[in-house]
Every structure is written in C-alpha cells, then in structure tokens.
Design a protein around this ligand. Structure first.
Ligand code: 5GP
Length: 182
C-alpha cells in the first residue's frame, strides 16, 4: 500500500497537531452550546474522530453519506446524491459540517443549502483539506486544516477506488496506479 505513494504531502504528526489546533478553535466557537457535528461519509471519518476528541465542550454527532464522484472517477460529476440521510432534526441546531476536502465545492454547497432549508440556526464548515484550484461552486469553509495543490490526494479517509482510506498521512499516488500521465 505505502509503495503506491509517490509523495507524502502531509504527515501523521502534522495532521495530529492541526486537529489539536482546530479542536481548540471549535471549543471556543461552541462553548456552552450543543452543536450537531455532521460527518460526511466516508472520507471525513478519521478527521472527525480525531478533531472532535480535541473539542472540550458537549456536542452531538451524526453522519450523512453523499456522492458526487462515481467508482474510480477522479472528477466530480457535479450532481450530489444523498446515500444516507441524518437521524437527527437540524431545525434550530448549530450545525458543524465536517469534511475531508473541498474541491469543486459542489458537495458542501448542496449540504449547506439543505441544512439552511431544514432551518438550522447556524451552519459552519470545518474541512481538513482545501483544494481552491478545483472550485466551481461558491463556497468557503470556516475552518481549514491545510491547503493542497491541484493533485488527486489519498489517505486519512480519502480513497482511490475505495482503497488508501486507512493510510495515516495524506499523499499523492504514483501515476501508474491510476494509469495517469506524470
Ligand atoms: P467536491 O464536491 O468539493 O468536488 O468534492 C468533495 C468530495 O470529493 C470529497 O468529500 C472527496 O470525497 C472527493 N474528492 C475531492 N477531491 C479529492 C481528492 O483529491 N482525492 C480524493 N480521494 N477524493 C477527493
């Protein structure tokens, strides 16, 4: 698995330090409230687990599964489908969306609009990675861990064809793995 990685962009230690920093910021933001933290499956799972354990105030967790990429595709289709909806009502809640990466922004634009339509009191976004070069939708995260270049990244939740989610770091695949050009 590690042999398929061309370059490590963000190490395990850098991610851990960033989760602590973001956790402190979220603690300040939500102190004395009871936010609903919504993880976007499956990619946000490791980040959600690590960052929320650094938050020192009560919160509730729920999950949504949406898809905008299909199969081995490395390009967003632009169309967002709900694969699993929440079990919790968002009306009146302070919603914190937890994402692995914002690329085109289509997924988060869709989710923010959905939660506003469902009458959330507030909607904020924390994302581990931001790839501004890919943006087509008008959306920015409130908190960003790291900016990444215009490359398809894997690891720490992010997959290629459902693999590499369990890598502890963020890396770039060797082109021969996906049949791409250098
Ligand atoms: P967006 O809707 O912003 O284009 O994409 C959001 C979703 O696309 C992310 O949650 C993630 O699952 C997937 N995605 C976007 N960029 C990458 C990337 O560089 N690598 C991987 N593995 N997935 C990505």
């Amino acid at each position: 698995m590690h042999n398929d990685i061309k370059e490590i962009l963000i190490t395990e230690e850098e991610i851990a330090a960033k989760c602590k920093e973001l956790g402190e910021q979220l603690t300040k933001e939500y102190e004395g409230r009871f936010p609903l933290a919504i993880g976007v499956l499956k990619g946000a799972l490791p980040f959600m687990s690590d960052v929320l354990r650094q938050v020192q105030t009560h919160l509730e967790m729920d999950f949504m599964d949406v898809s905008s990429y299909g199969g081995t595709s490395m390009v967003s289709s632009g169309e967002v489908k709900i694969l699993k909806d929440l079990n919790t009502k968002v009306e009146g809640r302070d919603v914190l969306i937890i994402e692995d990466i914002i690329d085109s922004g289509n997924t988060l634009r869709y989710l923010v609009d959905l939660f506003k339509y469902r009458k959330a009191n507030s909607v904020k976004i924390v994302t581990l990675l931001d790839k501004p070069s890919g943006r087509t939708a008008e959306i920015e995260a409130d908190l960003v861990g790291f900016e990444v270049p215009d490359a398809f990244v894997v690891g720490y939740g992010l997959d290629y064809d459902e693999k590499y989610r369990n890598l502890p770091y963020i890396g770039v695949l060797k082109p021969e793995i996906y049949g791409g050009e250098e």
